[in-house]
Design a protein around this ligand. Structure first.
Ligand code: NOJ
Length: 760
């Protein structure tokens, strides 16, 4: 059968392809990172398309989950049979060299044309070596580290037979109630674009055919992070200005970086579900941005257009999705059910289907699957690379870089290694929570290093006593009545120790998909336990493990030090111990604002000034845009994070006070390490456009650099600011820079006060 199909293929190349195939040609440019010879690719795909029956074509638009892992509400147990029948061309949630090879064989050896399967998976922050959750990784403000984490994820995933990851997630969000805020890179547009590009580069490299690179997928398109009140999957209604200013740029950045695929989001946008949204999928993605790859749905999101209430049944939903330009149906099983009929009825053109199939086949071609469908399922590579010592060391390093020191009164941290520590709290010794949600194929037991294990290795078993103290459960809120039974043991242990380290926060499944919360305080009675411990008068270090900004006013007022460790990944316990005991100096900065109270949400640094801006001293307090019961300012602003050393900024110098279309401003600032440790600082540059044809934010991040400065040393950090940094959507929605005056601020967080004015 296989040989016969090859003969047919060769013949069809010679004879040329049918009319409909020619019409389905893609016109947009192929990103260079795909590294394909277009002529060879076109002829291969033309000939294949000419041979394919309608059913075979539809099969290429179908993506089904295997039952190795389940990441959504449905599984079709017959997927192996469907593969053999050519009814499914793509599988997700299957990994492992042997397993993927077995499934690939079913497709290649049993179907008429032997078209290889494409294997996808949620490789989000690591495959088996798990890195910090994406929000945590973003707190590193280290693009090389972020790229490396994705690179390593791709190396491991590809060795296990995977070709495609459903990452990066580039949804901006400013609402910490939304559980998926943990999967993104925070609130800022400029920074999120940089992170998005780094991740695409890490996954895809510059040659998709290399057996250690995989396709990336920008998700969830679009505006998913703006769900009303942080309720997952909920309504999004926003102006085109806000959409284009805040939510779309990271997606565009991935297109510019050559991202291979896009995933539609579950939400509606201005009344139209994203999965059937012509404006998003046709006008913006294809026409404006020239996106070349294929678009996949989220889990059954075609079917979900029925409960959204824009269509009455699945068949109409398929018509809407396909006509909007959705190329692949993820686990909805409705393209397979209804496309043929819709084509027969003339409601969807075969042309549309051909285009979708071509897009899928192009990427199978770019991956080299037509040359060797088994090239990624490689047991030797799997053995050599998956969880290699090098990867684990990188995970430990990135975890250290991602941690943010929120408070450090009287240098409470780092701790000396010769003291007795009482480690207390529900997250002190839980393997599963270390690796966070969407931790791919990461093992939930044995591999993740807990805080306790990290401490024991660092200071010896005899110096650490661990007591859980209290328990957490996924659905709890702070006001739940909870047992205080474990408190006495915790207090007894604390009494015998020199210092208390509290490992608290959220369980890993309290953030991530479908994990929205209405309370951002430490859940359960963790704070009550801290209050009891505080009575002992001993230093308390709070180590937080969590997936979203929390409200920590009490903790900020009462703890001696607070270290935000997020969910730090496989090597998390070691990384925390490295920081706590001073073998590493924290250098992370918050990629997202931490509010004082939930009532302040949404809160983000680049807000507008309003007509009645608040008086910072709060002396004039009538008719001002302010809360009566709380300051407007957050507890910890965007870009904030301490170090064991201190930095002083001085001598902000601009090469000129005027930017022109051809002349940039070279900015220089001296940053001095004035403390007792070598340390890394994230130097941040913000710009304020003072007057615009539409109102402008109070400031916007336009540059940052992470620099290592030795103690006592001063480094001059430079930036190059160009007219590109001044562009925004003007009153007519043109993306331009407007003439006028601007302020520049440089410093270590978004409250930076060192400033100079310039003009354009
Ligand atoms: C649903 C999630 O929204 C998406 O992020 C994920 O990639 C898919 N399920 C597949 O697991």
């Amino acid at each position: 059968m296989k040989r016969l199909s090859l003969v047919i293929l060769v013949l069809s190349v010679i004879l040329g392809s049918c009319q409909s195939v020619v019409k389905s040609k893609q016109t947009t440019n192929i990103p260079s990172s795909w590294n394909v010879d277009k002529t060879i690719m076109d002829s291969k795909i033309d000939s294949l398309l000419a041979l394919m029956t309608l059913e075979e074509k539809i099969g290429q638009t179908v993506l089904l989950t295997s039952n190795r892992d389940v990441t959504g509400p449905s599984v079709n147990k017959d997927y192996e049979k469907l593969i053999m029948e050519g009814k499914v061309g793509n599988i997700f949630n299957a990994y492992g060299a042997d397993f993927t090879r077995k499934l690939q064989k079913l497709a290649v050896e049993n179907t008429r044309l032997g078209i290889p399967l494409l294997f996808g998976y949620d490789v989000i922050h690591g495959h088996k070596t798990i890195f910090p959750i994406s929000l945590g990784e973003s707190a590193s403000f280290d693009l090389e580290a972020i790229e490396l984490a994705s690179r390593i994820a791709a190396i491991e995933a590809s060795a296990e037979g995977l070709h495609w990851t459903f990452a990066p997630m580039v949804d901006i969000s400013r609402d910490p109630r939304w559980g998926r805020i943990s999967e993104g890179s925070g609130e800022d547009v400029f920074y999120s674009c940089e992170v998005a590009k780094a991740r695409v580069k890490g996954f895809q490299g510059n040659d998709l055919k290399a057996t250690n690179t995989i396709l990336a997928c920008a998700k969830h398109y679009a505006a998913y992070g703006a769900a009303q009140a942080g309720r997952d999957y909920h309504t999004v209604d926003m102006s085109d200005r806000e959409l284009r200013t805040t939510y779309l740029p990271p997606f565009k950045a991935t297109v510019d970086a050559g991202v291979a695929t896009f995933m539609t989001s579950f939400n509606e946008l201005n009344g139209v579900p994203a999965t059937g949204n012509d404006y998003l999928l046709k006008d913006i993605l294809r026409e404006e941005w020239g996106f070349r790859g294929f678009v996949v749905t989220d889990y059954q999101s075609i079917n979900e257009m029925v409960p959204h209430g824009v269509v009455d049944n699945d068949k109409d939903a398929v018509e809407m999705a396909m006509n909007a330009g959705v190329d692949m149906d993820l686990q909805g099983e409705v393209y397979s059910k209804h496309l043929k009929e819709l084509i027969d009825e003339g409601k969807v053109s075969e042309e549309k289907l051909n285009t979708a199939v071509r897009r899928v086949l192009e990427l199978k071609f770019a991956l080299g699957l037509f040359e060797d469908p088994y090239r990624y399922s490689n047991k030797e590579r799997q053995k050599e690379y998956v969880m290699s010592a090098e990867h684990l060391e990188a995970a430990r390093d990135v975890a250290r870089k991602s941690m943010v020191l929120l408070k450090n009164d009287k240098q409470a941290l780092p701790l000396a290694k010769n003291i007795k520590v009482a480690l207390i709290g529900p997250l002190g010794n839980t393997e599963r929570d270390m690796i966070g949600s969407w931790s791919g194929a990461g093992k939930h037991k044995d591999d993740p290093v807990t805080v306790l294990e990290g401490f024991i290795e660092k200071i010896g078993k005899e110096n650490v006593t661990y007591v859980q103290g209290t328990k957490l459960s996924r659905y709890m809120k702070r006001s739940d009545k909870q047992s205080r039974k474990g408190f006495s043991e915790a207090i007894a242990a604390a009494k015998k120790a020199d210092v208390i380290v509290a490992a608290m926060g959220e369980l890993q499944n309290m953030s991530g998909e479908a994990s929205s919360r209405t309370d951002l305080d430490l859940p359960g009675n963790q704070q009550e336990l801290l209050k009891e411990l505080k009575k002992l008068g001993k230093p308390i270090i709070l180590v937080l493990l969590n997936g979203r900004p929390l409200t920590l006013e009490w903790e900020n007022n009462n703890m001696d030090a607070i270290l935000e460790a997020w969910f730090p990944g496989t090597m998390g316990g070691h990384a925390i111990a490295d920081i706590v005991f001073g073998d590493a100096n924290p250098s992370g900065k918050l990629p997202i604002t931490f509010p004082r109270s939930l009532g302040q949400v949404p809160i983000y640094y680049n807000m507008k000034n309003t007509g009645r801006p608040i008086d910072p001293s709060r002396k004039i307090n009538t008719y001002k845009s302010m809360y009566l019961d709380n300051p407007n300012t957050p507890l910890y602003p965007f870009g904030y994070g301490l170090s064991y050393t201190s930095f002083e900024y001085e001598n902000l110098m601009l090469s000129t006070d005027t930017i022109t279309n051809t002349q940039n401003i070279k900015v220089a600032i001296d940053v001095k390490n004035t403390g007792d440790f070598d340390g890394e600082e994230v130097v941040q540059l913000y710009i304020q456009d003072k007057i615009g044809s539409v109102t402008r934010p109070v400031r916007e991040l336009k540059g940052f650099q992470k620099v290592l400065i030795k103690k006592g040393e001063t480094k001059t950090v430079t930036f190059d600011v160009s007219v590109e940094d001044l562009r925004f959507y003007d009153i007519d929605m043109n993306f331009v820079a407007e003439k006028g005056a601007f302020n520049m601020f440089v410093g270590g967080d978004s409250n930076a006060t060192i400033t100079k004015e310039f003009n354009y």
